[in-house]
Design a protein around this ligand. Structure first.
Ligand code: P6P
Length: 338
């Protein structure tokens, strides 16, 4: 019925009804993530006023130790997810090793890996930043602390993936394999409200997002692809528009809604690219595939890659299906710049 307010909690509960075995623990876990997102949103939006910027260890006017926002975001997520008995282990871009659940807390079956505040170096310039997360079922034996193997699962085993974008408004976008749904935080009563049901990415986009300052360091096929999409040809709707914010969640979110491709290719300087497989490429790949798009590392489907290390980097080509297929054709030598 139009005019209904569907909160994130209600949406998850209704989604979970499709799984008779659901116990409600996943709903609780997602609510814990949403709670952390609200706290992070509040501090991101007040950062400039609360002197949270700058190096760790400063003391602000209240005499509190000032944390950099990404440290604050990391601690907020860990504290929100470590005590409710839903997780057995976590991993974060901010922590070298896996994050174990304190002994005094019960263990759960879920594994959460996350980038607590991607793009945080942009905050001082008031550029949108984001939290990115993936949820898996544990693979190690129940009843004992989770292990590294629980975090090193291929992206196709994700049970949920999502991101929060802290921009002109705060949005949470997630999938559990039944489409992609976006919720906007209504600060007047602190609820994430369904604003973008069943997001679908256009099959072909008009936007490409890449840091072209690395052009000379790319392999020849990537150079040719980027030169191709910049050529003038009305019949094939070229040139494409260049849009690059330098904040992954912002570039991805815009391309998800409008259509297009984000590229972080391998280069002489970064043979595996810059972005991380576990908590950047995999969750966004799950989301884009659920929205009808595609995500590859240049040769493989991102979600087929079995991680070997927590902070493993991977080249990333992600977005509209036809755009990613075209860069794939250049990489495979099936298409060349005429
Ligand atoms: P470059 C931000 O530092 C980040 O991790 C992503 O959010 C962003 O997409 C990428 O790096 C930008 O990297 O090399 O273009 O500055």
């Amino acid at each position: 019925m139009s005019g209904q307010i569907i909160t994130l909690t209600r949406h998850i509960i209704e989604e979970q009804r499709k799984y008779p075995e659901a116990t409600g623990k996943f709903t609780d876990l997602m609510n814990d993530i949403a709670f952390a997102a609200k706290l992070i949103s509040y501090h991101v939006n007040k950062a400039g006023l609360m002197e949270i910027l700058g190096e760790t260890g400063n003391v602000n006017v209240q005499g509190e130790v000032v944390k950099k926002l990404d440290v604050f975001a990391n601690e907020t997520l860990v504290k929100a997810l470590d005590h409710n008995g839903h997780t057995c282990v976590m991993a974060s871009e901010e922590e070298e090793d896996i994050i174990s659940i304190p002994e005094e807390y019960p263990l759960g079956k879920y594994v959460v890996v996350f980038d607590p505040l991607d793009g945080s170096s942009n905050i001082d310039a008031n550029v949108s930043v984001g939290t990115i997360f993936s949820i898996y079922n544990r693979v190690s034996p129940d009843g004992r602390p989770g292990r590294l193997e629980d975090c090193l699962q291929a992206g196709k085993r994700q049970v949920c993936a999502g991101y929060v974008i802290y921009g002109s408004s705060t949005m949470l976008v997630y999938t559990t394999g039944n489409g992609v749904h976006g919720f906007t935080l209504d600060p007047s009563y602190g609820e994430f409200v369904l604003s973008h049901p069943n997001i679908r990415i256009p099959k072909k986009g008009k936007i490409y997002s890449v840091n072209e300052s690395y052009f000379e360091f790319w392999d020849e096929p990537i150079k040719q692809y980027v030169q191709y999409i910049k050529q003038v040809d009305g019949d094939t709707n070229r040139p494409m528009n260049s849009r690059y914010i330098g904040s992954l969640v912002s570039d991805f979110h815009r391309n998800l809604l409008y259509g297009g491709i984000f590229l972080y290719p391998p280069s002489i300087k970064a043979p595996s690219g810059k972005l991380r497989l576990l908590y950047e490429a995999n969750p966004l790949a799950f989301i884009v595939e659920q929205a009808g798009g595609k995500a590859i590392d240049g040769k493989r489907r991102i979600m087929d890659i079995v991680p070997e290390k927590l902070h493993q980097r991977v080249p990333l080509f992600i977005g509209s299906e036809d755009d990613v297929k075209m860069v794939e054709e250049f990489i495979e030598g099936k298409r060349k710049l005429n």
